[in-house]
Ligand binder design. Structure first.
Ligand SMILES: NC(=O)c1ccc[n+]([C@@H]2O[C@H](COP(=O)([O-])OP(=O)(O)OC[C@H]3O[C@@H](n4cnc5c(N)ncnc54)[C@H](OP(=O)(O)O)[C@@H]3O)[C@@H](O)[C@H]2O)c1
Length: 285
């Protein structure tokens, strides 16, 4: 099939592109900087900006399925161009759309739902990949600084989010569905740190921050006030969806959802002490 993937250089999009290409599909991949996109061999890079769909209108030609993100720009602002994108998809002959959802509804989600093309919405909980944010302090100091240390999460592997997208883009039976996507277990912060420590072969301490200290760190890191409020809400008062395991990944893909231990093994080198050599583990297929 001919499949067009937006957000193709992102955490989830890069996995979707890889899995589609491995499955023998012809993939067009959108990036604002295709020269830096480092896409797999055989994938066709397309230059364009989702905030200005006319910049990549030609890429819809002959496309059968389309994966969309619903934000544009490095501030993750909701895209206002959903109707234009859906109109271009219709003209190009797109028959299926998947959308990666975030924390709140966006105009693009509504445009896709109303657009008359079979669509599937993917609602993941916290990505396992977020824990790469701990890599620097683990490598240099052997510790993680976090607020709300009692929080729980059903973290999901980005390759599993992608696998569900690939199924919905390439197979019948997923139209009109909104899939909540979680990992196979609910883990505490301490359990995740212990799994990372086991994978990286080192001790990792957990240092609890107060909410105020965490707010100051996020502000110093450049996060805008609304992002900081979101973090406080999602970590301090995690909604039930974030701590409830659902079997969707296994139901859709036919294989169990990947565990955090698996993710930790795949990324162990990122958490190893400076100068320590770990044999990289191949990402799970
Ligand atoms: N992290 C989590 O725990 C979590 C949980 C649930 C849902 N989500 C949702 O997942 C989404 C983030 O996905 P991700 O982490 O895979 O993304 P990401 O790694 O942050 O990557 C962003 C992608 O968006 C593309 N992009 C940004 N602005 C663009 C524009 N104006 N035009 C074209 N492309 C643009 C970038 O491409 P180029 O830079 O190559 O142009 C890149 O491929 C958000 O909607 C978030 O709410 C995240």
């Amino acid at each position: 099939m001919n499949i067009f993937v937006t957000g193709a250089t992102g955490t989830v999009g890069r996995e979707i592109v890889k899995q589609l290409a491995e499955g023998g599909h012809h993939v067009r991949a959108l990036s604002r900087n295709p020269g830096k996109a480092k896409l797999p061999a055989g994938v066709e890079a397309v230059a364009g900006d989702l905030a200005a769909p006319e910049t990549f209108a030609a890429a819809f030609e002959g496309v059968e399925a389309l994966h969309l993100i619903n934000f544009g720009g490095d501030d993750y602002a909701p895209l206002q161009t959903g109707e234009q994108i859906v109109a271009l998809a219709r003209q190009g002959g797109v028959r299926r759309i998947t959308v990666l959802l975030g924390g709140s509804p966006t105009p693009l989600d509504a445009a896709v739902a109303a657009g008359g093309i079979a669509s599937t919405f993917l609602q993941p909980v916290e990505f396992m990949a977020n824990h790469l944010e701990w890599a620097a302090s683990i490598r240099s100091e052997g510790l993680v600084r976090e607020p709300f240390c009692d929080r729980l999460s059903a973290v999901v592997h980005e390759a599993d989010i992608a696998a569900v997208a690939v199924a919905a883009l390439t197979q019948e039976g997923h139209a009109g569905k909104t899939y909540t996507l979680t990992g196979p277990e609910v883990l505490s912060l301490r359990q995740k740190i212990d799994l990372l420590a086991a994978a990286a072969g080192r001790e990792i301490k957990l240092v609890e921050l107060t909410e105020q200290q965490a707010r100051e760190r996020w502000a110093a890191a450049g996060f805008p006030p609304e992002a900081i409020e979101f973090f406080v809400e999602i970590y301090g008062n995690t909604p039930e969806i974030g701590t409830t395991v659902v079997p969707t990944i296994e139901q859709v893909t036919g294989r169990p959802a990947r565990t955090f231990a698996q993710w930790a093994a795949e990324h162990a080198a990122a958490f190893a002490a400076r100068g320590e050599q770990l044999t990289p583990v191949q990402p799970s297929p």
